[in-house]
Design a protein around this ligand. Sequence first.
Ligand code: FAD
Ligand code: MLT
Ligand code: ZN
Length: 489
Amino acid sequence: SEKYPNMKRDTRFSQLNSRHVQYFKDLLGGGSAVIDGVSVDASADLEPFNSDWMRKYKGHTKLVIKPASTEEISQALKYCNDNMLAVVPQGGNTGLVGGSVPVYDEIVLSTSRINTIRSFDPVAGTLVVDAGCILESVDQFLADKGYIFPLDLGAKGSCQIGGNVATNAGGLRLLRYGSLHGNVLGLEVVLPDGTIMDDLTTLRKNNTGYDLKQLFIGGEGTLGIITGVSILCPQRSQAVNVAFFALESFEKVQHAYREAKQQLSEILSAFELMDGRSQDLVHNVTNKKRPLEGDHPFYCLIETSGSNAEHDKEKLHQFLEHVMSEEIVSDGTLADNASQMQSLWSWREGITECLGHWGGVYKYDVSIPLSDLYELVEDTRARLSSAGLVGDTNEHPVVAVVGYGHMGDSNLHLNVATRRFDKAVEEKLEPFVYEWIAKRNGSISAEHGLGLQKKPYIGYSRSETMIRLMKQIKELFDPRGIMNPYKYI
Ligand code: FAD
Ligand code: MLT
Ligand code: ZN
């Protein structure tokens, strides 16, 4: 687990006592609403709420509360604010920057019991849901109505809409449908003092004053708790096709991306990048038959979504023929049915899980100008190799340095799979990676957020003026500092 040598528990926060616990039991009805860990410090029930998805960060909460309505959240938060009890909002706990678990003994406020679909307008495509709804269930609900959720990601089976909005998750459909900053139409948020900010409009246009909801999109639970989300959902495409192909250099990947934009234009819905090593890892862990023969340094996955299956398939065939005859792509395959599509997608979506197979993963989610995108992986690999840290045996902490990501969004995921979390590896990586990115005016946090991991490094991507303004906003919304402390800024 991570240690926090430069950070101490903030003594302004109260220590949890039995009076506090009794208040929550009375408010929330005890039983399923409250897990009482006050008398048993190492309660097994609290472990999943204290550990993050990567098992890199570990908190020490003694209390998890699960309110069942916005009103209960409002009362619970007001009580926390009045009593100086620090709070961590937690959705599906799939966040990748240590933001969703406590650092010390903050109370975890889980949104999993507010999970109702409030309304759907089948003409406008506007959906209003509770924050605790699971992404995959919402997408399934929309599928039955001919619509699609404008966000998709590998953690869809457990992440929640509130968590997605709080992290401003990007995912696999951003290329086509844009970011949550554009698609979210309204939010209901409980502020730290218990005030309910009802901005749950379904209007597409609303220029009446500052657009305050934007602060909570990507606010990572530092300003308030999102309880309801109104979002614009696109029509579900009748025809979806997936192609998977191999390429011999990153120059060719860029070339293929340009060709895909030109030739597939309005039907292109995803263009994802996977390097050869990432695919070796997936193969190593799953032992599944590879989609293409041989070893290639790069692979891309293209998805098209349109309204005419024949027409789209024809376009994709022509595209593949063109890129192969021009030797931009060395090999490729097209999925013939839904299960083949899913199987091709698993070589991209499955990377995250497979990376954790050996022990720990160091993850860097960054935006870099496209031409430089893969150079970061090569430079990092060279740096760790020359330090003797990469190898096949147990004395080498690093198993592999891999790159993959959302090519269409210039968003690279640089990942270092290790046999254990290791200080020597971390010291080679940080601040090296952040300095590398700052030199190219990139972003150290493209879509996963800052959380605990990147809090010390925000200055590599934001100016002092912007950080000062952010601190003032935090002070305005959360003057007592109880919301997700020790993180973000
Ligand atoms: P949590 O992990 O519970 O919380 C995340 C943050 O939001 C925390 O800071 C938490 O305090 C805060 N929070 C949660 N709920 C609320 C709320 N209701 N109000 C206020 N604050 C809240 N991310 C991408 O952007 N793109 C991807 O493609 C992608 N793929 C992923 C694939 C896998 C396999 C995994 C494990 C993660 C992936 N992620 C991806 C990370 C991503 O951030 C999360 O999956 C998701 O958006 C977080 O939702 P959650 O409900 O799990 O939130
Ligand atoms: C992805 O694109 O797969 C996710 O952002 C998760 C990850 O970075 O591993
Ligand atoms: Zn991603």
